[in-house]
Design a protein around this ligand. Structure first.
Ligand SMILES: Cc1ncc(C[n+]2csc(CCOP(=O)(O)OP(=O)(O)O)c2C)c(N)n1
Ligand SMILES: CC(=O)[C@@H](O)[C@H](O)COP(=O)(O)O
Ligand SMILES: [Mg+2]
Length: 620
């Protein structure tokens, strides 16, 4: 059946039986393919009927369809003609999120949650202002993403508009773990209050074989059901905002879904359709997974769902262990997460100290400012987020934490090039952004011992924000310092009075050591240095550089606005004569590929860096 679907139009004439067959085939396809490549298996298994329904009721790309976060768009890709998932999230293959260069049906490439309703509000207003009144804008947003503040900014605005927007809340009750907070409770109440559905069922059964009288009675009950729904299921929340509400709908009942979407389309807008789905639906290993229903998996055995590759998250585990220890020693330490308790490594701490972990939902801005409040109240908050997601909370770091000299520790996981998770997931902006925050100290540890120590040091800073950033994946072998000059660690040295100094920050420290080895092999004296606390400029830098001719910096962050630039400016002001050559990530959006491929493309490996340095040094 799937092979018959070359475009969404091919869906329109399928029979009920063919639709059920198609849904089953799509689920088999997802398990078979994503188990081989890794990806967001659980979220996509939960939106099969919903996505089919969207593409049967609406007419993409005439109608604009937007996916919030976009991790649940694999089915959309399948139904819009893309079948080759063999290289999903890998170079040359499909992106893990919508991608405009893949399809005219793809609109939002940003994988940062809670933006879809704002996109939809803008697109719909655009259609209205251009007189394109027949075009509907559809936004699919998960219950987790709906906990993000931007979503409510958009709902507030939509409530005052008359634009043709259909908001579909894909409510599976989970982000990774069950969604938290008052909104989740409200949705849960609607989701689980079966009185309305039972009454509806009674109505249908009672008037099923309708005679004339019964027909009249049935229609009066059904037309009155909106009032009943308001009475029985307390769904006024959205209607009070000026947004019509349809639901709750069984998101796995194809006909029910399509009837609701047709009703929404006819209503014009804005209207919200509340769809109840199950993350991981139809794949028992995911359905039985209490952790996160296979939200984001590596390669797995399709039969069992068991991972094929070892755990991918070494740095995270080191932080998890250190945080657990801190929880014992420091009763003032509390943790905040933005709906990613396990992925950032806070689960062990949460198990030991459940009252000292605050999950704010997908609400990083709220997390940061409430951390400033916690610090004011005498605690030491640890905000654990992926580096890229802190971008949206820059103002809160600046004006709530730093302005008030609040002792808040930020643990930035997935810092630097992450690679396969797409352009908006690379954590490449934090050092360039955060170095402008007055009073902020930033550490880029190079290995397990320096990560542990940096975290402990950070907990002792109670009058300023501290940031500890570390990459995705396995932790490298420990890189002990041969000696230290102030706060600078010398990791390798070849020859006296080095002509070349290579600075490797954080995850690039090992690269610096390898680079100076290659330079020395060409008869040029060289040393490799780093500093765990890399911002502000560490003491001892000028002494470490000495009279070198060339300083090469390499960092897992922006090249032209990163810490290498900051160190160079400091040295130049001090009058050191060295030439500086900076290497990092260019100020552009990196398309999905493996981290290794991107590092190689950017010339951030030791061979390229050594060749670059040797090209700048005059040979005797
Ligand atoms: C700003 C931001 N914070 C965190 C994340 C990480 N993240 C990706 S998906 C997800 C859970 C989304 O839950 P929901 O919106 O309910 O979608 P579902 O996976 O349940 O379909 C999270 C927290 C993100 N993408 N963006
Ligand atoms: C969509 C999203 O933002 C997360 O699911 C993210 O893709 C997880 O990344 P990791 O796999 O690195 O934990
Ligand atoms: Mg969800």
């Amino acid at each position: 059946m799937l092979e018959r679907i070359g475009s969404p139009r091919d869906l329109k004439d399928l029979t009920d039986a063919e639709l059920d067959e198609l849904a089953a085939e799509i689920r088999d396809f997802l398990v078979d393919n994503v188990s081989r490549t890794g990806g967001h298996l659980g979220p996509n298994l939960g939106v099969v009927e919903l996505t089919i329904g969207i593409h049967r009721v609406f007419d993409s790309p005439h109608d604009s369809i937007v996916f919030d976060t976009g991790h649940q768009s694999y089915v959309h890709k399948l139904l819009t003609g893309r079948r080759d998932f063999s290289n999903l999230r890998r170079r040359g293959g499909l992106a893990g999120y919508p991608a405009r260069d893949e399809s005219v049906h793809d609109i939002v490439e940003n994988s940062h949650a809670s933006t879809a309703l704002s996109w939809a509000a803008g697109i719909a207003r655009g259609h209205t202002l251009r007189g394109e009144d027949g075009r509907t804008t559809v936004a699919v947003i998960g219950d987790g993403a709906l906990t993000g503040g931007m979503a409510w900014e958009a709902l507030n605005s939509l409530g005052a508009s008359h634009d043709r927007v259909v908001v579909i809340v894909n409510d599976n009750g989970r982000s990774y773990a069950p969604t938290i907070g008052g909104l989740a409770r409200k949705l849960d109440g609607i989701r689980t209050d079966r009185r309305y559905e039972q009454f509806l069922g009674w109505g249908k059964r009672t008037f099923a074989n309708r005679g004339r009288f019964r027909n009249f009675a049935y229609l009066s009950v059904m037309h009155g059901k909106r009032a009943l729904k308001g009475l029985l299921t307390d769904q006024g929340m959205f209607a009070d905002l000026g947004i019509k509400y349809i639901g709750p709908i069984d998101g796995h009942d194809q006909r029910h879904v399509e009837r609701a979407l047709e009703q929404a389309r006819e209503l014009g807008g804005p209207v919200l359709v509340h769809v109840l789905t199950e993350k991981g639906r139809g794949y028992s290993p995911a359905e039985q997974d209490d952790a996160d229903r296979f939200h984001a998996v590596g390669r797995i055995h399709p039969e069992t769902g068991l991972p094929i590759e070892a755990s991918r998250f070494g740095w995270t585990s080191v932080f998890a262990d250190e945080m657990l220890a801190a929880g014992e020693d420091r009763p003032d330490v509390v943790a905040l997460t933005a709906a990613m308790l396990a992925p950032v490594g806070l689960q062990p701490f949460a198990d030991a100290h459940p009252d000292r972990v605050i999950d704010v939902g997908i609400a990083e801005q709220h997390a940061v400012t409430s951390a400033a409040g916690l610090a004011y109240a005498g605690l030491h908050p640890v905000v654990a987020v992926y580096a890229t997601f802190l971008n949206r909370a820059f103002d809160q770091v600046l004006m709530d934490v730093a302005l008030h000299k609040a002792g808040v520790t930020f643990m930035l996981d997935r810092a630097g090039i992450t690679g396969d998770d797409g352009p908006s997931h690379n954590g490449m902006w934090d050092m360039a952004l955060l170095r402008h925050v007055p009073g902020l100290r930033l550490a880029a540890p190079r290995d397990e011992p320096t990560l542990r120590q940096a975290f402990r040091d950070a907990l002792d800073v109670d009058d300023a924000p501290t940031v500890v950033r570390y990459p995705k994946g396995a932790v490298p072998e420990p890189l002990p310092a041969l000696r230290s000059v102030g706060d600078i660690d010398v990791l390798a040295e070849h020859g006296e009075d080095p002509r070349v100094v290579v600075v490797g920050l954080g995850s690039m420290a090992a690269t610096a050591v390898e680079t100076v080895g290659k330079i020395a092999a060409e008869g040029i004296s060289a040393i490799a240095i780093t500093a765990t606390w890399a911002h502000p400029v560490p003491g001892g830098l000028l002494e470490a550089i000495g009279g070198a001719e060339l300083v090469v910096t390499v960092e897992d962050g922006l090249t032209d606005a990163g810490l290498g630039e900051e160190w160079a400016a400091y040295a130049r002001l001090a009058g050191t004569p060295a030439q500086w050559s900076h290497h990092g990530v260019p100020r552009e959006f990196l398309q999905h590929a493996t981290r290794a491929q991107i590092v190689d493309d950017l010339g951030l490996d030791a061979s390229d860096l050594a060749a670059h340095a040797l090209g700048l040094i005059t040979r005797d």
